[in-house]
Design a binder for this molecule. Structure first.
Ligand SMILES: NC(=O)c1ccc[n+]([C@@H]2O[C@H](COP(=O)([O-])OP(=O)(O)OC[C@H]3O[C@@H](n4cnc5c(N)ncnc54)[C@H](OP(=O)(O)O)[C@@H]3O)[C@@H](O)[C@H]2O)c1
Length: 244
């Protein structure tokens, strides 16, 4: 049986994950919150759901023996604390947190020598299909004017989004001299929209993805957690999880 823990259960993605686990009939094995006032409370009740009979902890080390894989969509600093803990105790991780700087990303890479982890700024299947399309397009249109326009809800902390940065990385992997511009909108409640423009003389290619519901990210993360079950230590991406 897959024993999954969720970090940051009260966050937007934490809540989406708890819901998606229930839909997938996977039992939540453990969960953390940041606020001390929520500590010890049933996670289901905290989220106005039926009881899940799992009490929230503020420190995952208290429940380290209860889970095999941690799904973490929190903040860079919290993710790094969880990473050290999971590395120490040989627990797998699915990391969706964005906004990690280069040094923090290097720590994730280094931990993957000891544990299997999936690290991806976007766990949706559609966005990962787009990443493949971007590589193909950039091979031919790498010298065109390339702009990534993205929109997210007003609370989003990082800009450009992790997905936009990943899109640029894919374009540059196919066309090393490509120059990529970014525009970020932080408006309303949109879970995430990305459009990549390849503007040429007389024509323009646009590759767009729109997320209408953050459940797509939660479902992708759960797919990644299942996929990790038989994986040796290593750094894996969502593209590998979905076999692209
Ligand atoms: N990879 C993907 O597919 C994908 C999709 C969507 C979002 N994201 C990323 O996922 C991250 C979270 O997004 P969100 O919209 O869910 O943000 P959010 O609503 O702010 O949720 C973050 C949660 O983490 C909690 N937290 C912070 N430090 C913690 C700690 N030490 N222990 C336990 N919980 C802690 C916060 O608690 P408090 O509320 O008490 O502060 C908050 O509930 C962001 O980096 C976002 O960009 C990734």
């Amino acid at each position: 049986v897959l024993k999954v823990a969720v970090a940051g259960c009260q966050g937007r993605m934490g809540q989406a994950l708890i819901y998606a686990l229930k839909e997938a009939q996977i039992t939540l094995a453990a969960g953390s919150v940041r606020k001390a006032s929520a500590k010890g409370q049933d996670i289901g009740k905290l989220l106005n759901l039926p009881a899940l009979f799992v009490n929230a902890v503020t420190d995952l080390s208290e429940v380290i023996d209860d889970f095999d894989v941690l799904i973490d969509f929190t903040t860079p600093s919290a993710t790094l604390l969880h990473l050290a803990l999971c590395r120490q105790h040989q627990k797998k991780m699915v990391i969706g947190t964005t906004g990690l700087n280069q040094q923090q990303q290097a720590l994730v890479q280094s931990a993957s020598q000891d544990i299997a982890l999936v690290f991806s700024p976007n766990m949706s299947i559609g966005v990962n299909v787009c990443l493949g399309l971007l590589q193909k397009t950039a091979k031919v249109l790498g010298e065109s004017d390339i702009e990534i326009i993205e929109a997210h809800h007003r609370q989003k902390q990082d800009a450009p989004s992790g997905t936009a940065l990943k899109m640029a990385e894919c374009i540059k992997s196919a066309a090393t001299t490509a120059k990529v511009g970014f525009s970020s909108l932080r408006v309303g409640d949109t879970p995430g929209e990305h459009t990549v423009l390849f503007a040429c003389q007389g024509e323009r290619v646009e590759i767009s993805h729109r997320a209408f519901d953050r459940q797509i990210f939660a479902k992708g993360a759960i797919l990644a957690a299942k996929w990790l079950t038989d994986k040796a230590p290593g750094f894996y991406t969502m593209q590998e999880v979905i076999g692209l």
